[in-house]
Design a protein around this ligand. Sequence first.
Ligand SMILES: NC(=O)c1ccc[n+]([C@@H]2O[C@H](COP(=O)([O-])OP(=O)(O)OC[C@H]3O[C@@H](n4cnc5c(N)ncnc54)[C@H](OP(=O)(O)O)[C@@H]3O)[C@@H](O)[C@H]2O)c1
Length: 247
Amino acid sequence: MFNYDAPADLLQNKVILVTGAGSGIGRTAALTYARHGATVILLGRTISKLEAVYDEIENNGWPQAAIYPMNLEGAREQDYASLAATLEREFGHLDGLLNNAGLLGELKPIAQYDAETWHRVMQVNLNAPFLLTRELLPLLRTAEQASVIFTSSTVGHEGRANWGAYSVSKFATEGLMQTLADEEDGISQVRINSLNPGATRTAMRATAFPAEASDASAPPEEIMPLYLYLIGKDSLGVSGKAFHAQR
Ligand SMILES: NC(=O)c1ccc[n+]([C@@H]2O[C@H](COP(=O)([O-])OP(=O)(O)OC[C@H]3O[C@@H](n4cnc5c(N)ncnc54)[C@H](OP(=O)(O)O)[C@@H]3O)[C@@H](O)[C@H]2O)c1
């Protein structure tokens, strides 16, 4: 497990956007960031789930969150521009972006892979983080120490039979991370890294490994040290790197 002990006030006065914040790893990351002082923008497609996270943050007395409903599968370029304009108007700055939302698609050989599913997975896992990050980059550049995290996977580093569009989207995510990090190097303070959570106990994991015992993978809370390290100031100057939460 990645080892990092975050100070309680690590993210005080920081504004951080988390995609897929209503469930799974994104929910836990949003709560963890809020617990460390951040104002978290909860982006996701299921409003009831986002509201539950919002309420949990409020009930704990952490900084008030904001809900931004958005379906990354159907969103158009204009929707991302509207989001950027709203954030600039409401918050004036953005210190962190966790591209977390993801779609597993189907586990099938490429030879039988459904084209529509391929496009949906690419849309959510690759095209949406590209558009979101591109539109938010001007705002991120105005922050002193902004951090962007792209969520990768073990199958984004090594191809594995039957992981189809999901695996390919995560390889491409690594490419997006490296390309953008190289471009920002020297022209802005924005650091860009990828994070592979490793086997984590969520709905996605249960779908991919239905026969696996529920305690065979780490609960999302256990992998949070890396999420905190990469979004907070202790990773200042670290950019263009691929991190693994569990090795
Ligand atoms: N769990 C693992 O073992 C594991 C391992 C490696 C990498 N990852 C990566 O970690 C990230 C989080 O995965 P997870 O395990 O937490 O998955 P999950 O439990 O399936 O959660 C995925 C999240 O993405 C959201 N989402 C999906 N499609 C969306 C869309 N079209 N628009 C907006 N939001 C959408 C979901 O919202 P709803 O709840 O509303 O559906 C949900 O909040 C993903 O990028 C995944 O690829 C996970």
